[in-house]
Design a binder for this molecule. Sequence first.
Ligand code: SF4
Length: 363
Amino acid sequence: MVPVVEKPETPVGPVAALVDGGEMDCGSGLLLLITRAMRRLDAGQLLGVRSAQPSVVTDLPVWADLVGHDVAAQVGETADGPWWFAVRKGDAAGREATVFSQGQRTPVGRRLWVYTNFDCNLACGYCCAESSPRAAARHLSPDLARAVFAEFRALGGREVFLTGGEPFMHPQLGELVDAAHGLDRTLLTNAMIFGRGRRRELLESLPRSVTLQVSLDSATPDLHDRQRGAGSWARALEGIGLARSLGFRVRVAATMYDEDRAGVEALHRRLDADGIDRADRLIRPVAREGFATAGIHVSIDSLEPEPTITADGAWWHPVAVTNPHLRIADAPLPVAEIFGVVRDTVAAQDAATRSGREVFRCA
Ligand code: SF4
């Protein structure tokens, strides 16, 4: 939830809504909260913002100037904070239109990530989603998926990534995949549980236009099994082989800490030998999110937006679905509102880059 507290009077008039950012700074999520709240205000109305972060005293006026708002008042509870700000909403509609005019990113609205569920047969040490056999499933329902994908298609969406948890643990996965018809569909899986029984039947029934993205962290079992559990490497390879034999395009994604990157070339050689195209390989670092206690720090400034929905909310990026600072909505619908928050934020980032001003700093 956006933390909105009692609406006080300010020296410049009453505020229409108030956001309490606590210890958040502009880089760690405060601007997402403000952007969400601002979208509900009319031009000229005031948003009250409270923050205990000294950097916000500098960064908030810069952000406001970049996006066409105005910090009309600022009051410190003490000389060292916390601070209250009254931000008057401007007419920023013209600025939003400049987003992606330089074509540097995937346009917001083209791609959508969807968490089908959060339970998983594995409990990997670096899992950003905190998935495990004991995690609450948080199933996305087929009805909700149909509504989300219908709106996404109507908005011009093209591509969807279905992830989890392990999607093959969702009892209605086939309906979810079907609900995304007409879109480029990629299904992320550890490839370990679809070899037999009804999951095998489901796999065989999926359209071959669906791409399977399978996690494989190393050329040999050592690293993969250390990160993902004993025996998981062999079963992942078995699953990759099965999926390819059934005619699926398989993309391989490896996740590794910096200190393990010496194994990248061996992994490439292994995938060369297996005939996995170079374009179907993804090597990515561990993000310090979820279960991971090490890895790269992520923020709205360091992560290109990849709007992501779950059964109960929306986030800036799929690696950040356990990070309350990167939550952008409290429900997966309407999709247009989610894209709107991301576009407004990206417009501010682009404006900051063009002007050479820093605003999304993490303290
Ligand atoms: S990283 Fe993937 S396979 Fe591992 S626990 Fe998380 S969702 Fe499951």
